[in-house]
Design a protein around this ligand. Structure first.
Ligand SMILES: Cc1ncc(C[n+]2csc(CCOP(=O)(O)OP(=O)(O)O)c2C)c(N)n1
Ligand SMILES: CC(=O)[C@@H](O)[C@H](O)COP(=O)(O)O
Ligand SMILES: [Mg+2]
Length: 586
């Protein structure tokens, strides 16, 4: 029979109508459906291809949405979305106005918990399981699906540690494909490898934490997985199932090049080959400016060390890891540890460059304050993906950092305008003159300067710069958003200043500006509340200036997904919107 099972399925109830022997064909159809759409619309590919059988089995055996299912990180939840009433909208995945690339409570009753940042699933599922018990519901199942890289994070361990002393009806499924975005790291990874090889003869870690452990089983053997779920349904208390899958399963290139096919961009759905990027010579990514400059600096300064929590490729710290394997560390998904590790190194005279995506640094807030700033340790935070990041959406925009960092004493906050400024800031940071911690914030993607590897020049800390001279109105920008300002005001006779630092602010330049212009407009790729503009507002209030001050930035709401250009337009910080705004004051 040649029928297409996927056509008949909108919800898990439809799925449960199929005979189990029809499920392998459904798995094939689902893989092809995902490949066809992600090939043109882009998104996270490898992780979802790896959990096709697991997802089918979960919705087949458990009574979702009554039984509660949580996908850790959620980048692997495409099959789940397609099987839970979103097949018809899947081609809008990650697009403006479309469905989110991550599970989201407001999108579906099947998305029981919003995810995006890793390692939250065990705590959330445990919370739900305990709530069910309190409410007298002892039948409901609570399931967390978590990857091998995500389970190594501190937060996941906190959840396991608590769950093990409860009798909560919790099932943790470890989806072990031995890779995160980059290969998984650490002792737990080694332990899991030994378990899989059958060479682990000691106590099972998860049994030692009081979980009823089973596995490892082949996560692509759908009949085995279904059988195991049926068995686990009858067991009370915390259970742990270890399954082995292959990231990218079903697409040769994705299986063979798992790092690239984590989120490959556009590719040919038939051959699997990634489509060639533009042949035009492009300016470098800010990430490569960071990574390559750090290698250059580390060649001459042996105290430099690099740290990334699980993002060596995304951050380009991989260049330093290749060049100086003893001085560059991927610590896994462990932002808190990464920050305090850097602090420890700094106490011993090392110069740690701790590179963390702005959004993930939120995890390590106390460590920034308590372990770094309070002790005034000269850790250099390289805040990647600062500002709007695009299609990953609300969970990933790096728009809070200026607000959450600005209130921390001792911390210097810099935002280079372009690649050369980033390079010079990195250079300045390692000269040994700075006695404070420093955050250097830069965006996702490329700048504009082709010839960026110019001789280093020291940056003057706390100094701003006038970029354009004009009358009546002064625009004050911070960081790479200056590009939009330059474009917006090219035909207008107004001034533009790049303040370079959010902390310390260039007070003498600000006095000069407030005494010269009627209207001052600040622009940042960050939240209006608490950010750069707020700092200027505080300066104005403290100094009793009466000028008109307007603050442009990200409004007080969570910004969904879309291209960066679309989101800049929507939030009023595109060149077009800036121009329209400025013109109302001319
Ligand atoms: C707190 C946090 N840090 C980093 C990331 C970036 N990130 C997204 S997926 C991922 C790897 C996840 O690996 P794993 O849990 O093994 O799942 P897999 O992709 O293999 O299915 C990382 C590091 C994140 N989402 N959240
Ligand atoms: C799911 C997740 O958190 C990452 O895969 C993230 O999408 C990476 O973002 P970049 O593509 O900006 O590296
Ligand atoms: Mg993994």
């Amino acid at each position: 029979m040649n029928s297409n099972f996927l056509d008949t399925i909108n919800t898990p109830s439809d799925l449960r109508e199929l005979n189990s022997d029809q499920l392998p064909k459904l798995a094939k159809e689902l893989r092809q459906f995902i490949i066809n759409i992600v090939a043109t619309k882009e998104g996270h590919l490898g992780a979802s291809l790896g959990v096709v059988e697991l997802t089918i089995a979960l919705h087949y055996v458990f009574n979702t949405p009554k039984d509660l299912l949580i996908w850790d990180v959620g980048h692997q939840a495409y099959v789940h979305k397609i099987l839970t009433n979103r097949k018809a909208h899947f081609d809008t995945n990650r697009q403006l106005g479309g469905i989110s690339g991550f599970p989201k409570r407001s999108e579906s009753e099947y998305d029981t918990f919003g995810t995006g940042h890793s390692s939250t699933s065990i705590s959330a599922a445990l919370g739900m399981a305990i709530a069910s018990q309190i409410k007298g519901d002892f039948k409901k199942h609570h399931i967390a699906v978590i990857g091998d890289a995500s389970i190594a994070s501190g937060m996941a361990f906190e959840g396991l540690n608590h769950a093990g002393v409860t009798n909560a009806n919790l099932l943790v499924i470890l989806n072990d494909n031995a890779i995160g975005i980059d290969p998984s790291v650490g002792a737990l990874k080694q332990y899991l490898t030994n378990v899989k090889k059958g060479t682990e003869k000691q106590d099972n870690i998860f049994e030692a934490l009081n979980f009823n452990y089973s596995g490892p089983i082949d996560g692509h053997d759908i009949f085995k997985v279904i059988e195991e779920f049926e068995r686990l349904k009858t067991i009370e208390g915390p259970k742990f199932l270890h399954i082995i899958t292959k990231k990218g399963k079903g697409l040769k290139q994705a299986e063979e090049n798992q790092v690239v096919y984590h989120a490959p961009g556009k590719f040919d759905a038939i051959t699997g080959d990634i489509l060639p990027k533009s042949t035009k010579i492009q300016a470098p990514k800010y990430q490569d400016v960071f990574g390559l400059t750090l290698v250059e600096l580390a060649q001459d300064n042996e105290n430099i060390v690099g740290i990334t929590p699980a993002m060596p490729t995304g951050s380009s710290l991989k260049y330093m890891m290749e060049a100086f394997p003893n001085r560059a560390f991927d610590v896994g998904i462990a932002e808190q540890h990464a920050v305090t590790l850097a602090a420890g190194m700094a106490t011993q005279g090392m110069i740690p460059f701790c590179n963390i995506y702005s959004t993930f640094l939120q995890r390590a807030y106390d460590q920034i304050i308590h372990d770094v700033a309070l002790q005034n340790l000269p850790v250099i935070f390289c805040l990647d993906r600062a500002g709007l990041v695009g299609e990953d959406g609300a969970t990933h925009h790096g728009v809070f950092d200026l607000a959450y960092l600005r209130c921390i004493p001792n911390l210097i906050i810099a935002a280079p305008r372009n690649e050369i400024e980033l390079r010079n800031m990195l250079y300045t940071a390692q000269l040994g003159k700075l006695k404070n911690p420093l955050a250097i914030r830069y965006p996702r993607g490329r700048g504009d300067i082709l010839n960026w590897q110019v001789p280093f020049k020291e940056t003057q800390i706390g100094k701003g710069e006038q970029l354009k001279k004009g009358k009546k109105i002064a625009i004050l920008s911070i960081g790479a958003i200056a590009k939009n300002v330059t474009e917006a005001i090219q035909s207008l006779n107004i001034s533009h200043y790049d303040m370079h630092f959010v902390k310390p602010l260039d007070q003498s330049l600000l006095h000069d500006i407030f005494s010269k212009y009627d209207v001052i407009i600040t622009i940042e790729n960050g939240t209006i509340i608490g950010g750069f503009g707020s700092g200027i507002a505080e300066f104005k209030a403290l100094n009793n200036y009466k000028n008109t001050l307007k603050i442009l930035g990200i409004p007080d709401t969570f910004i969904e997904q879309g291209t960066i250009a679309e989101l800049e337009e929507k939030t009023g910080i595109s060149a077009k919107q800036i121009k329209l705004f400025v013109e109302t004051y001319l």
